[in-house]
Unconditional design. Sequence first.
Length: 101
Amino acid sequence: MMKVAAISAHVANDRMDRVLLIATTIGWGEEILRVWSWKEDAYMILTSTGVVLVKGRNGKLITAYIAHRPVVMWMYREAGYNRVPAAIYAKVQKNAKYLRD
């Protein structure tokens, strides 16, 4: 299980419903891929359950969300891979039912 030392006010105040959904339904999983996002100015971490954690340089959790295909594909390309592993793609597809329109 991943340990989170500190969370941002954004997570605590604005996104707690999403965090609770992930914690109780999908699970946090283990880190499988980490890339630096210049756009977010933070690390984007993909977990084995198909969740993306966005963490600052200090390790503080900025936000967390259910991964969707374009983000996962970008993360794998950014990390130098040509394709997303089938097991991860399956998790992303399975979790799609939790994504809001």
